[in-house]
Design a protein around this ligand. Structure first.
Ligand code: C2G
Length: 450
């Protein structure tokens, strides 16, 4: 009995896959196929799968050449499986030529010619309407966005860029040949399907409102708005026009943070009683966030992150909010502690510019606590601790690149209708954040008037 084994994602199952499996089976008597899990597929950079895992596995199982289907969910599994199943031959398409030679230690390795002219990613792009992004702003985050959007399949392209300071947009476009500079925001809105707004905080609301009124989906950098009423209005327009409006707090969409929350929800640390997290950044003194006396400062720049776990774990209702800030000579806050409680749990979110502290997060509960390693906002490693100091459970969840790909992929998923839930960052949470920003700016204004 000669056993052949192969692996694949098999998204949007097609003749290329079938050809591979037929030729693989011809090399032996039994063919085992490992189908890659969603999480492991994402770890390998393929983000936007069209088929669910059970559809992908069912398609492979229904193939007449396949005898057994297993799930591939971690690096190193191929070596384990080949020994476990005593596979005689490992087969894969020759787009992987050389990548699996190390398996020759256990079995024959065969790279078969790919079927030309077909691939899951081309199929994934073809049937779905292309989404053309217009980008507003051309600062640091835009450069990261333009790189990250390339990792999101599904026909997603940034094609226009607008900045009132045209020369800045031209510099960004120079680095991205398929990006054209628009001379006005209304003109850009005519050319795109969705906008990514990454302009200074105080302009977000107006840009988002105009885009929504023009029927465009909006992914807006945090903070979406600095007033509760403005945030409410934006979501109302989006709902009325069946448009997607998302606040781009990248942590909310990354798999590690989602895993952290679901582990806490399952009761691993009992009832949450305290959330402490920090986000501080040492910057040059002349950057926007340290010179704009009206909208700059540590809290408006970074508190979208520190508010996220607090609102996720304490909820958005009946919150008591108090601030403590240290200001520079211009009344800009360099270090702010936001104390938020809901009658059952406490929290302290620390934000700092020009002050540096540990970027970790601690969630304290009645049965133990979770420590999320710095930078907690790129959640990838966390551990659960109990009374017994030896009783520690470690978790590691892959965080790809700059992490913007997760919010972009979710934005595209929701525009395509592939999924509609806003559970990663709900409307209520975005509106509550805007309310807390509004409270902070009133607090700061009050202190300046004293
Ligand atoms: N394939 C092919 N011809 C195509 C498309 C795919 O022969 N036109 C082969 C691939 O080479 C692979 C198999 O079909 O051997 C599954 O392809 P994918 O689903 O794209 O999976 P891939 O990401 O290539 O997975 O770790 C090994 C990988 O898991 C292979």
């Amino acid at each position: 009995m000669k056993t052949v084994i192969t692996y694949g994602v098999f998204d949007l199952y097609h003749e290329g896959h079938e050809n591979l499996l037929r030729r693989a089976k011809a090399l032996g008597d039994r063919l085992i196929v490992g189908v890659t899990s969603n999480e492991f597929t994402k770890q390998r950079g393929k983000l936007l799968l069209a088929d669910s895992l059970d559809i992908r596995m069912a398609n492979v199982r229904n193939c007449p050449y396949v005898d057994e289907v297993i799930l591939e969910d971690h690096y190193g599994q191929k070596a384990e499986d080949i020994q476990k199943y005593r596979a005689d031959v490992f087969v894969v398409g020759d787009d992987w030529k050389g990548k699996f030679d190390y398996l020759r230690k256990w079995c024959e390795v065969v790279y078969l010619p790919r079927t030309p002219g077909i691939s899951s990613s081309s199929l994934r792009t073809a049937p779905y309407p292309k989404i053309s992004f217009g980008v507003v702003g051309s600062g640091r985050i835009v450069r990261r966005f333009l790189e990250e959007i390339k990792t999101v399949h599904g026909g997603v392209h940034a094609e226009q860029i607008y900045n009132p300071h045209r020369e800045s947009a031209e510099r960004a476009a120079a680095e991205h040949p398929d990006l054209s500079v628009c001379d006005s925001y209304p003109n850009m809105l005519k050319l795109c399907d969705a906008v990514y707004i990454a302009s200074p905080h105080e302009t977000h609301y107006a840009y988002a409102k105009e885009a929504l009124q023009e029927g465009k989906h909006v992914l807006c950098e945090k903070p979406l708005a600095l007033k509760e009423a403005e945030a409410k209005e934006l979501f109302a327009i989006a709902e009325e026009k069946s448009l997607v409006l998302m606040e781009a707090v990248k942590t909310a969409y990354c798999p590690g943070f989602t895993r952290l929350l679901s582990i806490i929800e399952t009761g691993f640390i009992g009832e949450v009683r305290d959330v402490e997290c920090s986000f501080t950044k040492l910057t040059a003194p002349d950057v926007r966030e340290r010179t704009d006396t009206e909208y700059g400062g540590a809290f408006t720049e970074l508190a979208s992150y520190t508010l996220l776990p607090v609102l996720k774990l304490l909820g958005c209702k009946d919150l008591q909010v108090r601030f403590d800030s240290q200001f520079d000579e211009n009344g800009i806050d360099l270090y702010t502690k936001a104390y938020i409680s809901n009658g059952k749990a406490l929290s302290c979110g620390k934000t700092g510019l020009g002050v540096k502290t540990e970027g970790s997060m601690i969630v304290a509960g009645t049965d133990g606590y979770i420590r999320v390693e710095a930078p907690w906002w790129k959640t990838s490693r966390f551990s659960i601790h109990h009374e017994d100091p030896q009783d520690i459970q470690d978790f590691k969840v892959y965080f790809a690149g700059e992490g913007l790909r997760y919010e972009i992929a979710e934005f595209v998923d929701r525009i395509q209708g592939w999924h509609t839930s806003d559970y990663h960052l709900t409307k209520e949470e975005s509106i509550t954040m805007a309310r807390i920003f509004e409270q902070y700016l009133e607090y700061r204004k009050g202190l300046r008037e004293e």
